[in-house]
Design a protein around this ligand. Structure first.
Ligand code: FES
Ligand code: FE2
Length: 396
């Protein structure tokens, strides 16, 4: 398959649709409005199903590969079902383990990232090789005999693809990212060349908000000029989306106001259009990828355990390397620091208070039935996939 050609066709179609939408003040839509209940974001029973049937069953992104550049580099993660460690192996591959000693369960790694030649438990100093094998049992002449090969670290399914590290948070499963992405989204991600970029200073936030409210907040093109009147709303169009639905994941185009110069013209996509648009991918179940002309942003959301009121959001900026950018190291650092500042001033300072408030407000037992508009197409599709996964029999 020629992935470049496919992506060009997708962009062409979307650009034409978007220009028509802007001239008519409409957007791609879902068939109907959809009522929903605030209990979707507060029900502990549903949160258990989401933890197990979503995060325990399907692949999701946990890191960019450049966050583990060399052998024995690790990152530790708080996933919904397991505390995990991902370790770059000497052969260049990655392995993931539950971050728990097999002796009496002490936490092996407490730092968010680092380098480990050996994983040494702080409690009784058992140690493990970076490939998870149990290496040392202290005072083993008195500990007693057991089969050491069965007491290595518990391995979790992990795979690298398109420059990202993906996991399923369940030791019983096997992972196949290409199968999960499907041919369309796999081709789109391949076309983005994300494996050539580097992740600049990833940010992690713990939020007192259901993960689906967080995800919805960043799929939403309807709120832009209302919630961000002095920042994003000045630069970006509101309520104008051209979307390609791939059944599970979806891709959509939104625009900067600078695109207005092309309204009414029948033009094809070329590279210069990147300056006037943002390409977004929703990667089910929990990720928003935004492609800008100069870089890619990645926003991921996951629950903390089975707590419906708490989530972890990770924000990433992936940029060309210093060498590829042609900038000096100093200029490169300054540029991305500034970019982070802008992103935080919008997402952290403007979106977070609203989303925190949604979680609080909807905890009112009599908050009433809510309504999702036809124009909120991306949120309808996100709900469709969450519902499908929650209803699916585990392991099927
Ligand atoms: S709990 Fe790790 S060595 Fe005892
Ligand atoms: Fe926002």
């Amino acid at each position: 398959m020629n992935t470049e050609l496919d992506l060009q066709a997708v962009r062409d179609r979307a650009l034409r649709n978007l220009l028509t939408h802007l001239s008519e003040s409409v957007t791609d839509q879902w068939d109907d409005i959809a009522p929903f209940e605030p209990t979707d974001y507060h029900d502990p029973g549903l949160a258990v199903l989401e933890r197990d049937r979503i995060f325990g069953e399907v692949p999701f992104i946990v890191a960019h590969s450049s966050e583990l550049p060399a052998g024995h580099d690790f990152v530790s993660l708080e996933l919904p079902r397991n505390k995990a460690i991902v370790i770059r192996q000497k052969d260049g591959g990655v392995k993931a383990f539950v971050n728990a000693c097999r002796h009496r369960g002490a936490e092996l790694v407490t730092e968010p990232s680092g380098k480990c030649r050996i994983l040494s438990c702080p409690y009784h100093r058992w140690s493990y090789d970076p490939d998870g094998r149990l290496r040392t049992v202290t005072l083993d002449n008195t500990f007693g005999d057991f089969d050491r090969s069965k007491f290595g670290l518990v391995e979790l399914p992990v795979e690298e693809r398109h420059g990202f590290v993906w996991m399923i948070d369940n030791a019983e499963r096997t992972i196949d990212v290409a199968a999960w992405l499907g041919p369309e989204m796999d081709a789109i991600l391949a076309g983005f060349g994300i494996d050539r970029l580097v992740s600049v200073d990833p940010h992690t936030y713990r939020r007192p908000v259901n993960w689906k409210i967080m995800q919805d907040g960043f799929l939403d093109n309807y709120h832009v000029k209302y919630a961000h009147p002095n920042t994003a709303g000045k630069m970006l169009h509101t309520n104008a989306v051209a979307l390609e639905d791939y059944g599970r994941h979806f891709w959509f185009l939104t625009s900067r106001k600078s695109i207005d110069q092309f309204i009414g013209q029948d033009i094809a996509w070329d590279a210069s259009m990147e300056n006037h648009t943002i390409e977004s991918c929703f990667l089910a179940p929990n990720t928003m990828l935004l492609k800008h002309a100069t870089h890619i942003e990645l926003l991921t959301f996951r629950p903390v355990g089975a707590d419906p009121n708490e989530s972890i959001m990770q924000m990433r900026i992936m940029a060309p390397t210093v060498e590829a950018s042609g900038l000096t190291e100093e200029h490169w650092t300054k540029r991305w620091k500034k970019n982070w500042g802008l992103l935080i001033s919008i997402l952290h300072d403007e979106d977070f208070p609203i989303l925190d408030g949604s979680q609080r407000a909807q905890s009112s037992l009599d908050a009433g039935t809510m309504l999702l508009g036809r124009n909120e197409l991306a949120s309808h599709l996100f709900r469709r996939e969450v519902r499908r996964l929650v209803e699916r029999v585990p392991g099927a």
